[in-house]
Design a protein around this ligand. Structure first.
Ligand SMILES: C[S@@+](CC[C@H](N)C(=O)[O-])C[C@H]1O[C@@H](n2cnc3c(N)ncnc32)[C@H](O)[C@@H]1O
Length: 306
């Protein structure tokens, strides 16, 4: 694998600026991928500075940079606190996350992330993960499937799709991306087949990897780990994820409205130590979108800890 072809880093300058890198600071890139962001962060560090790069994917680990100022951690980023404890790091100066899958995942047909290739329905970012897309398609109830397609895929036809899958699987096992795509295509919006199919695959991927739950956990842990004035820089590609990040930065997460939670409540808001410092949300420039279409749906939020 040529790491340079792995992934073009999205909003690289904006992310670097958001991190406000101090040469002797300690940073974490929670989504190393092809190291597009990490390589540039490391360049800005001196011998005292350090970057920890997380990724749960074996391919990312194999392409990881070798540098005294860098440590690769092959783990789900939900465990950042445990890992930082392991490395005796109490606080860090900045944390970056560029969520979702990389172009590498989509291009590696056999991992089942893309309907462009006929492959086993897998979609695990961590190749040792417990549940695959095939199991979800085979075992979830019609209602569960419809909810996944509706909430994670924002698909209007979610109920029809779920019903067709359940009917079909009663006689024939659905094991490949090709079978699933063929079954579902007639139900998709005319002229929107590719868009809707991407949404369907995205929804399954989010469920396979537990992405929403893991994101919430990560945001709490990352916020605790930040030093005063430390930066949290999060890039998302899905409106639900962006809402979770926005609410976390504002202290308006749903869980915080729960009075059983010990945190101080101010009219349904917690006293969050974070303050979002970019106005609303930053998106990629037209020039970047033209060069890298993946950046079109990216939303960047930057917060500073008080
Ligand atoms: C969008 S890519 C990051 C690309 C990277 N910024 C670059 O420029 O090369 C997201 C990466 O995060 C990893 N990832 C996603 N969720 C993760 C999680 N919960 N824990 C660890 N890694 C995760 C994926 O395996 C993928 O390699």
């Amino acid at each position: 694998m040529n790491p340079d072809c792995y992934h073009i880093p999205v909003m690289l300058d904006e992310c670097l600026e958001g991190l406000n890198i101090k040469p002797d600071g300690i940073y974490i890139d929670l989504t190393y991928g092809g190291g597009g962001h990490s390589k540039e962060i490391v360049k800005r560090l001196n011998a005292q500075g350090h970057l920890y790069g997380f990724d749960q994917d074996l391919d990312a680990m194999e392409g990881a940079i070798k540098d005294e100022r860098f440590t690769f951690v092959r783990s789900n980023f939900r465990f950042i606190k445990n890992w930082m404890q392991y490395y005796s790091i109490e606080k860090v100066d900045g944390i970056l996350a560029d969520l979702g899958v990389s172009s590498h995942h989509l291009d590696e047909g056999e991992r089942g992330f893309s309907f462009r290739y006929d492959a086993p329905l897998d979609m695990r970012m961590n190749q040792a993960g417990k549940i695959t897309a095939k199991q979800i398609i085979a075992e979830y109830s019609e209602e569960q499937l419809a909810d996944i397609f509706y909430y994670y895929g924002e698909l209007k036809q979610s109920r029809k799709i779920a019903s067709k899958i359940v009917k079909h699987r009663s006689t024939t096992e659905i094991t490949t991306t090709g079978q699933l795509a063929e079954l579902v295509t007639p139900l998709l919006g005319f002229g929107r087949e590719k868009k809707d199919m991407s949404k369907l695959f995205q929804a399954l991927r989010i469920e396979v990897n537990g992405e929403m739950k893991v994101l919430r956990e990560m945001l709490d842990n990352a916020t605790d780990l930040l030093a005063p004035k430390g930066r949290l820089v999060i890039m998302t590609y899905h409106s639900l994820e962006d809402r979770i990040v926005k609410n976390h930065m504002k202290g308006t997460d749903k869980k915080n409205k729960d009075s059983a939670n010990n945190q101080a409540l101010i009219f349904g808001q917690t006293k969050t130590p974070l303050k979002q410092i970019n106005k609303n949300v930053t998106t990629a420039s037209d020039a970047e979108i033209a060069e890298n279409p993946r950046s079109r749906s990216a939303k960047l939020r930057i917060a500073e800890k008080s």
